[in-house]
Design a protein around this ligand. Structure first.
Ligand code: PMP
Length: 363
């Protein structure tokens, strides 16, 4: 019997991980439309499926671990050198690698709250501590307060500024970014997570301009998952100081961006016109949905991303549950609000219809 051999005992894991649930991914429900993960509602861009098919013929070989062709294409696009570009298996994994490359145990990861949930997760799982500062009441990152918190804290390993911010959609301004950079030590990497930057129609800083102007601690983080519509293939990238990227390479797992993903990313960079059209469509859809929801009397914050934030407070879960019954999956962040992705017009209409029936049922 197993017990006689001392078997049947629980397997030991890191005690701090036993109670953690990990990243909460937006779920897909058969038959419902998924507006909970800020994906693109379009199929891959023109030329991408052909590139995927050609690249899959090389599936017996490991991918290029350095993603040389993709890094070269991105370096050209952003007028930097390839050794200032690093590719990751999604920009979320790059967030984790950046934390691991910058934080020793007990060092701090600084970010606003709410912001992208993975920053907190990666701080916790890397034995770092989190410095968080609540957003302003209108959902904007409170950069002066975050800068003061960073300036007075011991050993800040890395700061994450998300613009447009997930889940609130707010952007930081040029002046806010400059003031933040002036206030924090120049040695602290400041990662500006621009996962949704392509959707911004208003004036918003692109971190690359600060990096090129000499702020060596600025890192621009981008992804192919949102505007480029390649969420399923997992490709993101960061541009920043070679010494930082060298440290990231020192900890990253090899071959974690597939040949197919690299080829698809390169092909999608060429589809400029179609990409512009789709992004403009999302911006128009965002205005349309925001106006409809506001007309229904729902609170909607201004957003520059491919989603809207409804600060519904304690009603967040009930709203999300109602939408789910109507076949529309949105993401609840109780007790603060709900985030709904802007997609193609048919999906946007379903969202507005679900919100409308919520208003009417709630009186
Ligand atoms: N940053 C932000 C702000 C995000 O919202 C997301 C995805 N939800 C990511 C990074 C990660 O995207 P991916 O790993 O697909 O590149």
């Amino acid at each position: 019997r197993p017990e006689e051999h001392g078997l049947g005992e629980r397997v030991r894991v890191r005690p701090d991980l036993a109670a953690r649930g990990g990243y909460r991914a937006g779920e897909a429900v058969p038959g419902a439309i998924k507006l909970s993960s800020n994906e693109s509602g379009h199929p891959p861009l023109p030329g991408v499926l052909e590139a995927i098919s050609a690249a899959s013929a090389e599936a017996n070989r490991y991918p290029d671990n350095h993603a040389t062709a993709l890094r070269t294409a991105l370096a050209e696009r952003w007028a930097v050198s390839p050794d200032e570009v690093i590719i990751g298996c999604g920009s979320s994994l790059l967030c984790q690698e950046l934390v691991q490359a910058t934080c020793e145990p007990g060092d701090a990861v600084a970010f606003g709250w709410r912001s992208f949930e993975a920053y907190r997760l990666y701080a916790q799982t890397s034995h770092a501590r989190a410095i968080t500062v609540p957003n302003t009441p209108d959902g904007r990152l409170d950069l002066p307060v975050l800068a003061a918190a960073c300036a007075s804290a011991d050993q800040v390993g890395v700061a994450f500024l998300c613009s447009p911010n997930n889940p609130t959609g707010a952007v930081i301004t040029d002046d806010e970014l400059t003031a933040f950079l002036e206030a924090v030590p120049k040695s602290v990497p400041v990662v500006v997570d621009e996962a949704y930057a392509e959707f911004a129609t208003g004036v918003t800083p692109h971190a690359i301009d600060w990096y090129r102007a000499g702020w060596r601690n600025v890192v621009m983080l981008r992804t192919f998952s949102k505007a480029y519509g390649l969420a399923g293939l997992r490709v993101g990238y960061a541009i920043g100081a070679p010494e930082l990227l060298h440290a990231v390479r020192a900890i990253r797992s090899p071959f974690n961006v597939s040949t197919v993903a690299q080829a698809a990313a390169i092909a999608s960079l060429h589809a400029v016109d179609e990409m512009d059209k789709r992004v403009a469509g999302v911006a128009a859809g965002r205005r349309w949905v925001a106006e409809r929801l506001r007309r229904l009397g729902l609170p909607v914050q201004d957003s520059e991303a491919n989603f809207l934030w409804l600060p519904l407070g304690v009603h967040a879960d009930a709203f999300a549950e109602h939408c789910r019954r109507e076949g529309v999956i949105v993401r609840s962040f109780p007790p603060d609000g709900v985030r709904a992705t802007i997609s193609v017009q048919a999906d946007n209409e379903r969202l507005v219809d679900a919100a409308s029936s919520w208003r009417h049922s709630a009186g």
